[in-house]
Design a protein around this ligand. Sequence first.
Ligand SMILES: [Zn+2]
Length: 621
Amino acid sequence: MQTLICRLFLITVMLIAAHATIAAQSAEPIRHTLRFPEAKNHYVHVESVFPTGGAPEIEVFMAVWTPGSYLVREYARNVDRVEAVDGAGHPLPVGKSRKNRWLVKTGGAEAVTLRYPVYCREMTVRTNFVDESFAMLQGAATYLSLVGQNSRPHRVTVELPSRWKRSVSVLPPAPGGGANTYEAADYDTLVDSPIVAGNPDVHEFEVRGKQHLIVNTPASELWDGPKSVAAVRKIVEEYAAMWGQLPYERYVFFNMLVEAGGGLEHKNSTMLMTSALASRSGDAFYGNPNAKPPQGGWLSLVSHEYFHVWNVKRLRPRALGPFDYESENYTESLWVAEGITSYYADLALARAGLIDRGDYLARLSGAITDLEMQPGRLVQSAAESSYDAWIKAYRPDENSPNSGISYYTKGNVMGFLLDARIRQATGGAKSLDDVMRLAYQRYSGAQGYRPEDFRDCAREVAGSAVAAWVEKAEQQITDLDYNEALDHFGLRFRAPAAPAAGNPGRDMPVRGWLGAETKANGASVFVTAVLRGAPAFDAGLSVDDEILAIGDRRIPASLWPRLGEYYHAGETVDLLVARLGQLVKIPVTFREEPRRSWQLEVLPNPANAQRDALDAWLGQR
Ligand SMILES: [Zn+2]
């Protein structure tokens, strides 16, 4: 009996699912038209025609966030006013039902037209920008859609001002739609397909028969198009070889030359921001891991966002699809989705020959240093950091280094340690590449992975001990162990420099250290950060304290960055600070700065097995 009920239930579910699919395929699209009569004032005017199905009322919404950027951004705040008319042009009543939803009385009309100007002047990869020279529009921040009808198709027509030549999107042209008219199969695809319009400089290249576009906007003669094509082609070829396929027909690199930074992944495109000058500087193009702070470079950004084609846009945590566009979507696996992506981003540059081994090891050392110097590593685990992205990673403050870690950084370091463990456990036969491929094969379809599914892939490839390591590493707030990884590849951390004397090479006491970062403003010095466990933290120095004197001596602002030369480890002084309008005296004892080095270097005389492991990992010399 129970079996029969189950079977009947299953058949019913299948019938409903089949019906829903047919309904979605045959559903009339929502038709959006984008116009730019006020481009100079940073507006796109959107007109959207919604089929009503004869309902007396429709409810429409705008997303509050966009996938890939885990913060509620309240895109509806850029919508000035929503007006509605029926087919004959008669106004219809519009009211709000939530911060991001509108209710429209249809008066029985078969379709209603909504018109709404959207203000676009936030130059980031997850927001919109419009001016006289170009438009950059992200789906989540631009279109209204029908509540509960995410499977309905959308059609978008871009009406170009006469001074703009073209629009670019990964969306296919709508059948019979004319120029600049695109069709999105559903709302997810619409959100995932940014549109850039204007006069971009477009470069095309093919890898494995698939078309790739680099779309430089606004066009600039300063940007070296051919050089960027040659380098990006190598990245694409590297990942095609690693994954064994390119899972799309056409891919677009939107490269915004707008003196801003950042990147956002989409299924078949990425939105990148950089400087028009970036291809003219080795550091800005390739990156400089030895700079302070380290510079990632444009190629690292490209490599990271493009790796998302597989990791997160197809192989994804279960919570990240289907998306709830109106509230937070929680996952403990951003360390995989973002951290392992960061691990491969630079590794692929080394494997593709775009950077050398020393450069790669310096980048990895930078990630390890960032993690190990951050007191918050002993407070927040990788899984917790992932889960709380919405309230912590995207909302950093002065105490963030003390209270947490970045899932990008820790995930990158965990990727390295996991890769080493897999190689060691399998005698070099397998690597993290195999785990990623297996996970992709299983969880890139309709169903995403849970943390235990990812661990099971690691178990199948490399055994239970490796899976157990992942489970522990995801949750642990104690320090990671590097010994096994270093031993496998024949690496070591460089010995720390000798204790820094007050005046190097002379007979002076060891430099003092407070562990507080300061900023000079004219003659005044203000505290900007205090590291947990440092003398300043233990003494109770606070962010925003204005430091007036040490004892009864006024210290010139110019000497603060070199304070340790003048005050030595073991000395106790009174700091006089102004805090909330009152003078406060704070006794503090200088200590020696911790000098542990996290800089990786190859052993001077590695064993043959270690040499082979290094070659297998980084590619042949
Ligand atoms: Zn990413």
